[in-house]
Design a protein around this ligand. Structure first.
Ligand code: GLN
Length: 194
């Protein structure tokens, strides 16, 4: 299994470490020719969605990545990655890849609660560590979207087919279960279909 990790900005290295702990290969996507590799899934890391969105366009990665996702490439977006995948952001007129039927709220916890840690249920997994850093949450989901986690009533993880998003940063904790969920339930099941 080989996973491309978008490495324009933000916390991409931590995702690669997590993947390596799970025995998956990974590589960094920094420019157009990196997309010629053979890969089974994509991770869009946290960072700054406006910066990553701008670089995706400037580096000519935007259309190709959008096409790969639309064609079914499994994708996992964390934090800023969630915003990049959302069809709409409530408090930002920009949209980016817009491939997931969710509405995001940017920097949704205000200044005081900008960063915090909690443990919550994620799908069937209990007590999953969740680190939030100036995180978004999801205020609305479309009919085909499965809600996987809530914190304080707000949606913080969701899945729509091969697309997975978390508002928190699972790559910043030791617990590998969220990445394992992506690899086992989304990446592998797509491989089995094709
Ligand atoms: N606040 C960032 C944004 O709106 C996301 C923060 C993060 O990815 N840790 O893009």
């Amino acid at each position: 299994m080989n996973i491309g990790v978008l490495a324009l900005q933000g916390a991409f290295e931590e995702h690669r470490q997590m993947l390596s702990r799970l025995g998956a290969d990974s590589f960094e996507i920094r420019q157009e020719r990196d997309l010629n590799a053979d890969f089974d899934g994509l991770i869009i890391p946290g960072g700054e969605s406006t910066v990553q969105g701008k670089l995706l366009r400037e580096l000519n990665l935007f259309d190709k990545i959008k096409e790969l996702i639309t064609d079914g490439l499994p994708v996992f977006g964390t934090c800023a990655g969630l915003i990049l995948l959302a069809k709409k952001t409530e408090n930002d007129s920009r949209t980016h890849l817009a491939v997931m039927d969710i509405t995001a709220v940017r920097n949704a916890y205000g200044r005081q609660l900008g960063s915090f840690y909690t443990e919550e249920t994620f799908g069937e997994l209990e007590k999953v560590p969740m680190t939030f850093i100036r995180a978004p949450y999801i205020s609305e989901v479309g009919a085909g979207v499965q809600i996987l986690a809530r914190v304080g009533g707000n949606i913080v993880a969701a899945r729509q087919g091969n697309r997975l998003v978390t508002a928190f940063h699972p790559e910043l904790n030791k617990d590998v279960r969220v990445h394992k969920f992506f690899l086992e339930n989304i990446v592998k099941s797509r491989a089995a279909q094709s």
